[in-house]
Design a protein around this ligand. Sequence first.
Ligand code: FMN
Length: 334
Amino acid sequence: MTIEHYLSGKGTRDRLAALPPAVLLAPLSGVTDLHLRRIARRLGATAVVSEMVAAEDLVRGDAESRLRAEGEGVLPHVVQLAGCDPHWMAEGARLAEANGADAIDVNMGCPAKTVTGGQAGSALMRDLDHAERLLAAVRGAVRVPVTVKMRLGWDHASLNAPDLARRAERLGYAAVTVHGRTRQQFYTGRADWAAIRAVAGAVAIPVVANGDIASLDEARACLSASGAAAVMIGRAAVGRPWLVGAVAAGLAGRPAPALPPGERAALAAEHYEGLLALYGARMGVRHARKHLAAYADHGGGLDAGERRALVTTTEPAEALRLLGRAFSPAALAA
Ligand SMILES: Cc1cc2nc3c(=O)[nH]c(=O)nc-3n(C[C@H](O)[C@H](O)[C@H](O)COP(=O)(O)O)c2cc1C
């Protein structure tokens, strides 16, 4: 499936059945920055979604929100908006579109109390009439395709994702993503891929299945259990942004492009330097830490002391040297 099919709003499941499934990079707040998205997309992710952006903050001109919604060099540029007020969500969508967003994704899945406490994120699944008003306001505000990301429901007593998906479809949403957990589960247990089947059966628009996919085999198993048209990968791609494209290639029956350690190190360095440029050196170093730790873990070439040094150094030249070592075959062989 190409992103055009995925986002056109014309891509019913039947029409898409003959195409390889789309594989998307999930929105991860504080993680899927502009550079990670750029790299993942270049390496074959069907699409990438921005970190959630609080719609009201974006409209009020908050600098951090603008950075989160940045999409230069990312095509298509999908901006995820969070909020509970239809007015601010519509205004945020308008602004994101004016700034170049190719699609808007509405967050109805975030379980964090700071988000649900404000009745946004997955809290919206407790009141589907309100959720529908919010979806309608966003749909009405922009011309670009709109999608929505949700959980299975608030808890196991209210698995209302199929109902919410039907409402989104009726409003003209192009696709829905379902993380196979309830809000009350947060990130515990395993994502229930089979439970997503109730959503896939409820709507004709593409359903994207999400949760605990970290390999081609798991992507295949998830597609088969859920009946979804596409998958979305989040945490497993941190420290290896090439994973999403590799899974997409595998589902399309193509071998994943070979990526020698030196190229992995170069991608990690590009990401690191990009963060310094985007956030400035001081903030950039802090933003980069979780990525450096993940690159060290996936590279496998650093001992515990070097890993600590990589994560804590404030010297970009030292971080780059250690990143090179993290992925160097010589270090791996030592
Ligand atoms: C650190 C972190 C940040 C997240 N931020 C967002 C977000 O901004 N928007 C969203 O819809 N989901 C967010 N999620 C949920 C993920 O998009 C995804 O649904 C979840 O991690 C399950 O997929 P995975 O097992 O592939 O990671 C976040 C998850 C984590 C762990």
